[in-house]
Design a protein around this ligand. Structure first.
Ligand code: BG6
Length: 469
C-alpha cells in the first residue's frame, strides 16, 4: 500500500497476561489449586507459587500500564480464585481481588478485557474427569454466570477460552487436558473434550448476551495461517488440512455453529467423531460472537506426507502425544528467521492471517496476544535494553496497519505480555513483558519492577495512535 489508513480512534492499545502465569499467591486467600498448581513443574523452571507476584503488586502494575497509556488490559480470572473447587461455594476474597483490579483499570480509563479460562482447570474438576466429563459444559456455564453477575456491570469485553485449539493439539505440553489412563482412542477422547469446550463456549456466549445485553464476547484461539511448503498441489492439500485442524475448526464452530467438513471427515476416518448431547447442536447454532479474539505468534508451513512418512509419523506421533498423524508434515520455512527460543518470526504472515480471517468470518478482530519471548538483562543502572522486542512489535504493528488498509476491522492490539511472567513451559527466563520483574528462575530477587526500553517505545506508539513506530 502506498498510503496506509490510520488506526481507528478508539483502538484498544494494551497488553495481556493470564492469571496462573502472573499472579502468584496461588493458594492464598482461599484460592483452590488448578491443574497448573498440581502438575509436575518442567525441569529447570520455576513453579507457580510467586510468578510476578502480581497479586500483591496489582496497583503498582496497573499504574505502570496506565503510564504507558494503555487503553485496554487483557487478563484472565482464575476459576479457582472464584470457585476454589470449580463448582459450589464462592470465595469472596477472589471476587474482591478482581473487583479491585477492574476498578483500578477503570480509574485510568483502561478497558478490562477478561479471559474466562486460560489453561487453569480447577484441580477438583480434573478429579471429576475435567473436560472429558459431559458435566464440564454446565460447570463452565455456572462459572460464567458468577463472572457476569459479579463483574458484568463494568466488564464489557469477554473472551471465552484461551487457545482452545492449542489445548486440543498440544494440551499435555501446556500441562492441561487430561487423558484418562488406559484410553484406547486418544484422538476420540481429545475431540470429545474439545466438543465439550465448544458447547460450553457457545452456551457462555448466549448467557452473556442474555445477562449483559451491552457486553461483547468472543473466542480467543491461536490463529496463524498454514503455508504449503511448495506450489505442489499435494502440499496445498496438506496445508488446507492443517489450516482446518489448527484454525478453522474453532472459528467455523464459534461463528457459524458448524463443524469444519475437512476435520469432521478426518475424525470419521479415525473413528473419533464426538458424541453430541441433546441440545448441543442447537446451542452451537444459537451462539454468535461479537468479535474474534485471537493470538498470533507465527505461521506454520507443511508439506504432503508420503505413505511411508505417514506411517513413520503416526508412530512418532504416538510417542510424542501429538495426534494429527498423516495429514501433513511440518516444514521449516526457509524464508523466516527464528527467535532465541526457536519460534519463527513472520510479520507479513500476520497480515495474511488477518486477511484470511476477515474474508471467512467478516467480524471485528481483536489481537489478544503476539510478542517475543527472549532472555533480557537488567543492567546495573536499572535498564533493560530490548531492541529485539521493539523490532518484533514494530514489524507486527505495521502489518496490522496494512491489514486495516486492506479493509479488516481491527479492534485492538494486546501483545503478550504486559509484564514479565512465567512462560507455559520455559519458565521465567523466557520474558515477554514491557515491564521487567526482578527475579530469576529460582531466586525470587526483589520483585521490583523496571521499565524496559520497549516500555518507553510502546508509550510513544500509543500516544501517536500507531503513527510513530
Ligand atoms: C500463548 C498462551 O500460547 O502463548 C500464553 O496463551 C503463553 O499463555 C504464550 O505464555 C507464550 O508461549 P510460551 O510457551 O512462550 O509461554
Amino acid at each position: 500500500h502506498k498510503t496506509r489508513k490510520p488506526f481507528p480512534e478508539n483502538f484498544f492499545w494494551g497488553a495481556s497476561t493470564s492469571a496462573y502465569q502472573v499472579e502468584g499467591a496461588n493458594l492464598e486467600d482461599g484460592k483452590g489449586p488448578s491443574c497448573q498448581d498440581v502438575k509436575e513443574v518442567p525441569e529447570g523452571t520455576s513453579d507457580l507459587t510467586v510468578c510476578a507476584d502480581h497479586y500483591h503488586h496489582m496497583k503498582e502494575d496497573v499504574a505502570l500500564m496506565a503510564e504507558m497509556g494503555f487503553k485496554s488490559y487483557r487478563f484472565s480470572i482464575a476459576w479457582t480464585r472464584i470457585l476454589p473447587k470449580g463448582t459450589g461455594e464462592i470465595n469472596q476474597k477472589g471476587i474482591d481481588f478482581y473487583n479491585e483490579l477492574i476498578d483500578e483499570c477503570l480509574k485510568y480509563g483502561i478497558e478490562p478485557i477478561v479471559t474466562m479460562f486460560h489453561f487453569d482447570m480447577p484441580a477438583a474438576l480434573d478429579e471429576r474427569g475435567s473436560w472429558g466429563n459431559p458435566d464440564s459444559v454446565q460447570w463452565f456455564v455456572d462459572f460464567a454466570r458468577v463472572l457476569f453477575e459479579n463483574f458484568g456491570d463494568r466488564v464489557k469485553y469477554w473472551l471465552t477460552i484461551n487457545e482452545q485449539n492449542m489445548l486440543t493439539l498440544v494440551g499435555p505440553v501446556i500441562g492441561t487436558l487430561m487423558i484418562p489412563e488406559g484410553c484406547t482412542n486418544v484422538l476420540k477422547e481429545v475431540y470429545q473434550q474439545n466438543h465439550h469446550m465448544l458447547v460450553a463456549q457457545a452456551k457462555a456466549m448466549v448467557l452473556c448476551h442474555q445477562m449483559l445485553p451491552e457486553a461483547k464476547i468472543g473466542p480467543a484461539p491461536n490463529i496463524s495461517l498454514v503455508y504449503p511448503a511448495t506450489c505442489k498441489p499435494e502440499d496445498v492439500i496438506a496445508a488446507q488440512n492443517f489450516n482446518a485442524i489448527r484454525n478453522w475448526l474453532y472459528l467455523d464452530m464459534a461463528v457459524y455453529g458448524i463443524y469444519n467438513a475437512i476435520v469432521w471427515s478426518y475424525l470419521e476416518e479415525n473413528d473419533a467423531t464426538p458424541t453430541f448431547a441433546p441440545g448441543d447442536e442447537e446451542a452451537m447454532k444459537n451462539a454468535h460472537p461479537d468479535f474474534i479474539g485471537f493470538n498470533y505468534y507465527n505461521t506454520a508451513t507443511v508439506e504432503a506426507a508420503s505413505d511411508e512418512e505417514v506411517l513413520a509419523d503416526a508412530v512418532a506421533d504416538q510417542q510424542s502425544g501429538s495426534i494429527e498423524a498423516g495429514m501433513y508434515k511440518g516444514f521449516r520455512n526457509p524464508n523466516l528467521v527464528t527467535t532465541e527460543f526457536g519460534w519463527e518470526i513472520d510479520p507479513v504472515g500476520f497480515r495474511a492471517t488477518i486477511r484470511e480471517m476477515d474474508s471467512r468470518y467478516h467480524l471485528p478482530l481483536l489481537v489478544t496476544e503476539n510478542g517475543l519471548g527472549a532472555y533480557d538483562t537488567l543492567t546495573e543502572d536499572g535498564k533493560v535494553h530490548d531492541p529485539y522486542r521493539i523490532e518484533y512489535l514494530r514489524q507486527h504493528i505495521a502489518q496490522i496497519q496494512e491489514a486495516i488498509t486492506d479493509g479488516a476491522q481491527m479492534l485492538g492490539y494486546n501483545p503478550w505480555s504486559a509484564i514479565d511472567l512465567i512462560s507455559t513451559h520455559e519458565g521465567m527466563k523466557k520474558r515477554y513483558g514491557f515491564i521487567y520483574v526482578d527475579r530469576d528462575e529460582f531466586d525470587l530477587g526483589t520483585l521490583n519492577r523496571y521499565r524496559k526500553d520497549s516500555f518507553y517505545w510502546y508509550k510513544k506508539v500509543i500516544a501517536s495512535n500507531g503513527e510513530d513506530l
